[in-house]
Design a protein. Structure first.
Length: 83
């Protein structure tokens, strides 16, 4: 995880890329093919048979969400609003 001082859009994008790559390897390994984000967790729960991989899948999901929210907050804080 990035420290507070390291939270920049560039660093967050880099972390999200790493998370995506690792997530994609788990998706391919367990052939997860949900049609919506809501189905992914249930599909992972039923198809990922290695407890450590399932925990990692959930960690990656949470990290991705946290970084996505942080990026949105940074973008909103730096965008100038017109008077």
């Amino acid at each position: 995880m990035l420290t507070k001082e390291e939270l920049t859009i560039t660093n967050i994008r880099h972390e999200l890329d790493k998370i995506s790559q690792e997530m994609m390897s788990l998706i391919k390994k367990y052939q997860l093919s949900a049609t919506s984000q809501l189905e992914v967790i249930e599909m992972a729960r039923t198809q990922i048979d290695d407890k450590n991989d399932y925990i990692r899948f959930l960690e990656l999901s949470l990290e991705g969400r946290i970084y996505g929210d942080a990026a949105s907050a940074l973008e909103n804080a730096t965008v100038k609003t017109e008077p």
